[in-house]
Each structure stands twice: as C-alpha cells, then as structure tokens.
Design a protein around this ligand. Structure first.
Ligand code: MTE
Ligand code: MO
Length: 379
C-alpha cells in the first residue's frame, strides 16, 4: 500500500461550521485519489441542526467531520441536550446567589462574575446518554472561558456543617417532557472541585455562551459527563454531608454507572468519563493502486495519556495495533488517530476499540458501547 499518497489530502471533509484552527498551512487540497466516506449502519442524522424545544431539544454533532484542522466544534455545530428554557428572558438581569450553610448569603450581579473570567482551555463535553443511532453525536469540544468555582466560593464563609456544594440552574420550560425530569442541579464536594478544576463557563470559543448552552453561566466539570454540567446557573449553596442526591443525579444514575440510585450525594461516584475511543469514519480511496481503506477515529476521556490503541474489525476477537505516536498528550479533549485498513473480503465488519495499557479503566470500551458496523461491497 502506498502510504504516503494515501495520507495526503486530509481535509477532504473540512466543513462549514467547524473552526479552522491550524496554522493555515496543512492539507487544503485533495489531489488525485477521490475519496468516499462510508456510512455506519443503523446511524443517521440529521446532524448539525437544532431541533425540538426545551428538555426535548437536541442537536447532534457530525463527528465524521473531525479532522486535524477541525478539532474544535463551532458554537453552531456543538451538540445540544436541552434547549433554552422558554420561560427565561435573556434580556432580564441575571445574578448568582451564594448561599446555603453560610454565615452570610451573597448575591453577585452577573457583571461581577464576568469580571473574573479567564481562559480555561479546550475541553470536551459528552452526554452520558450518547448513543449510536445518532452517530454518538452528543459529544463536542470547545474552548472555554470561565470563573473557577472555588474562587467564587471564597466570597462566602461556610458554616462548620457545610460539606458539599449544590449548583442549581434553571429549567423553566413551558412544556413538560415525557423523557426527562425537570430540575437541574448537581452536588459536588470541595475535593472534587479541586481535582477537576470546575468552573462556571462564561464564554464558548470566545463568544458569550449561546442561549442553548447555558447563557449566561453554565457549570463545567472537566472530565465529567455533561449531565453534571448544569446550564443557566443561578445559585451555589453550601449543603450538609447528608444532602440527598438531586433529581438530576438520580435521573442520570444508570448512565453515569452508579450502583443503583445513591440516595445521598456523598455516595454518588464522580461521573467521570473513563478512557474511550471509537472510529468516526471509514474512508475509501480510489487510486491507480486500487482501493484503499482508512479508518479515522478519536480517543477521549480517562486521566492518563495512552500511547497505543487496539482496533478490531471482527467485534473484538482480534485487534490490530494503532500507534498514537505522541499525539495523545492530554485527556481534556479528544485526539485523532488513523489506521490504514486492508480488509480481506467484502462483507460486514464490526469495529471496536480497546486500550492496551494495563490498569486503565475503560468501562464503556469493555462493554463495546461505541461499536460501529460497516458493510463493504468491494475490496
Ligand atoms: N439546566 C439544565 N442544565 C443541563 C441540562 C438540562 O436539562 N438542564 N442537561 C444536561 C445534560 S444531560 C447535558 S449532556 C449537558 C449538555 O450541554 P450542551 O447542551 O451545552 O451541550 O447539559 C447539562 N446541563
Ligand atoms: Mo446528557
């Protein structure tokens, strides 16, 4: 296989709606080899279009469009789970109340919070209910501005019984939902805050938070599932150690892999995204040398850099090694990988990934949660 010609021209799918974040040099033109993108079975959009309202509002991101020049999703294409509550008024004044078990409650006007914002970096967000039928499109990455939660909490004096922090957002939707519980709040411990570096996001890709993404303030817990990242945040309350889990925590207990439904917030495990990986597209290239296939994928989650991935085409019986060759240097966002594939025959293939590094927790890879299926009519 002629690897070099095969790997040039990587920007074939560079698309509107994605932020171009390279130095501007690389792979703008695709010469020669026409390339097709094969679709995964049982998956369909529409992608990139906001649909529905309130708690049932969604936008699925088209992950197949990711490439080295488009690793940040623009605000318009970023996935949505729950749209802007219809009973909120974006023009009304907003404030953040710091209260609960404190010596004296404090209300900060939005401007005082915004005055503290700073760049936080690029982080990925994934819905714990991400699912195959919509191409696992409930996942995106953006660059964020915000204010550290610990920094805000310094403004009030907790009482001795105060042990945890309840972060509450609005869910003022006119229409109820048949699939979701109304009420959006999450409880974290100060230790968890220190570990994740949680912040109240104020900007997404440099712009003020879009309405659907939590305007004007949304919680961001780096490394945790999206369900914990409360939008339209109105208050931070110190609460006691016996504080019950919130309705949002209970609703997402199974999806965040809790044991049962922990009644108390202190028994609720941090909803961490463990090491994950999946293919995002299969490319078929036609050249003089014949047909060539390339699998492009992502790795994300986890808490330690990994250097090698296993990719299986037979549902996890045999694995080919995919070197990540220094490309994965952090776990905050996703990283791209690619693998030249020489299928033996036409037919159906089930693609699954695993991580070879011992002792790396990867619950969803173990369960083949992100398996994707493709049929080749020719090789
Ligand atoms: N107030 C509020 N915050 C919320 C939700 C919600 O329904 N209401 N949904 C959560 C879920 S399940 C996810 S996955 C993320 C989605 O954030 P996004 O729409 O900005 O991508 O928001 C979280 N924050
Ligand atoms: Mo979610």
């Amino acid at each position: 296989m002629q690897r070099r010609s095969f790997l040039s021209g990587a920007a074939a799918f560079g698309a509107a709606g994605w932020l171009h974040c390279s130095s501007g040099q690389s792979s703008q033109q695709t010469e020669g080899a026409p390339v097709e993108r094969l679709s995964f079975e049982g998956e369909s959009g529409p992608y990139g279009v906001a649909q529905g309202a309130g708690l049932d509002g969604r936008l699925y991101t088209d992950l197949a469009q990711l490439d080295a020049d488009h690793l940040i999703v623009s605000n318009d294409a970023f996935y949505i789970r729950t749209r802007y509550p219809s009973l909120l008024d974006p023009d009304a004044p907003w404030s953040l109340r710091l209260g609960g078990l404190v010596e004296q409650e404090l209300t900060l006007p939005l401007a005082d919070v915004l005055a503290l914002e700073r760049e936080q970096g690029v982080y990925l967000l994934e819905c714990s209910g991400n699912f195959r039928a919509r191409g696992f499109g409930l996942m995106s990455a953006a660059s964020w501005h915000g204010v550290g939660l610990l920094q805000l909490l310094e403004r009030v004096q907790p009482l001795p019984r105060a042990a945890r922090i309840l972060i509450s957002g609005s869910d003022a939707h006119a229409a109820p939902s048949s699939n979701s519980v109304t009420g959006a709040s999450w409880i974290v411990s100060p230790e968890q805050l220190a570990k994740t570096g949680a912040f109240l996001a104020t900007r997404m890709n440099g712009a003020p938070l879009p309405l659907d993404h939590g305007y004007p303030l949304r919680l961001f817990n780096p490394g945790w599932y999206g369900c914990s990242c409360i939008k339209w945040v109105q208050s931070l309350d110190w609460v006691a150690d016996e504080e019950p889990s919130t309705s949002q925590m209970i609703e997402y207990a199974a999806r965040t892999h809790q044991i049962g439904q922990p009644a108390l917030a202190r028994d609720y495990a941090a909803p961490e995204i463990q090491q994950a990986a999946m293919p995002i597209r299969v490319e078929r290239w036609r050249s003089e040398a014949g047909l060539q296939y390339r699998v492009v994928g992502i790795v994300w989650g986890g808490s330690q850099p990994i250097s090698e991935l296993g990719l299986s085409f037979d549902g996890g019986v045999q694995f080919e090694s995919v070197s990540l060759a220094g490309s994965v240097i952090q776990n905050r966002s996703w990283s791209l990988w690619s693998h030249d594939w020489v299928p033996a025959a036409p037919g159906s293939y089930t693609l699954v990934c695993r991580v070879q590094t011992p002792d790396v927790p990867m619950r969803r890879l173990d369960a083949q949660y992100y398996a994707r299926r493709i049929t080749l009519d020719e090789v």
